[in-house]
Design a protein around this ligand. Sequence first.
Ligand code: HEC
Ligand code: HEC
Length: 204
Amino acid sequence: MSPHHLPGAPAIAAGALLACFFAFMPEDGRAADGRQIAAAKCATCHGNDGAGGEPDVPRIAGLQPAYLARQLKEFADGRRRNEDMAQLGAALSEDEIRAVAAWYGGRKMPAGSPGDPALAEAGRQIYEDGNGDPAVQPCASCHQPDGAGNARFPRLAGQQRPYVAKQLGEFKSGRRATDPQMADIARRLKPQEIRALAEYVGGL
Ligand code: HEC
Ligand code: HEC
């Protein structure tokens, strides 16, 4: 092949530009489909509808999309630590994160299941009134009296109890370093109070 059959510099530059452009598009050029991503990458653990299965896997149905998207980024950047979720979070584009967060945010969280009544009652008191430590604001003041949460504070109602207890432990130890206020509150809760709170919110 003689040198003048090689593509010229302008053609190479145009090709590189196009390659760059397509690298930022979803593979098929359409907007990311949250339902499809959920089925392909999330459902084995969280279910297609986000209702979860295993006790240490959170239910993510009906959580606020902005909260869900933030968690995926925090797993990816290490402020929340979980091996499975870190890899998954890092593998999703901004567009895919938005789409899958909108999908799960639009599902319905299943109602809580009844738990141990005495333990749940102890949890309700702390949830509504705090534990006597003036620095422990009632959970209800942020997460809402019915635990439904809002755009800023995640829903707790109906959440898996072992997951709730594990998160409070991780705020306490600093392993989940996402929110200084939550960390300060968790540090002031005794293990028995954490169990009671998890029992209560799991039943809301
Ligand atoms: C191999 C199992 C597994 C798969 C697959 C998985 N997750 Fe998770 N996910 C978990 C576990 C376990 C946790 C809890 C981590 C912890 O304890 O901090 C979690 C936590 C989360 C949270 C935080 C929820 C909260 O209440 O703060 C979100 C959001 C989430 N996953 C979304 C997803 C999405 C979206 C996908 C698919 C792209 C996915 N997960 C795939 C196991 C999985
Ligand atoms: C001042 C507001 C505030 C108060 C009071 C508060 N929280 Fe939170 N809580 C937050 C915020 C903000 C987050 C989300 C942190 C993040 O983005 O990682 C959170 C997250 C959580 C989570 C993790 C939820 C999930 O899906 O992973 C649990 C569990 C929790 N709080 C329980 C409690 C309990 C129990 C109390 C009462 C003892 C309480 N919180 C009081 C603001 C508050």
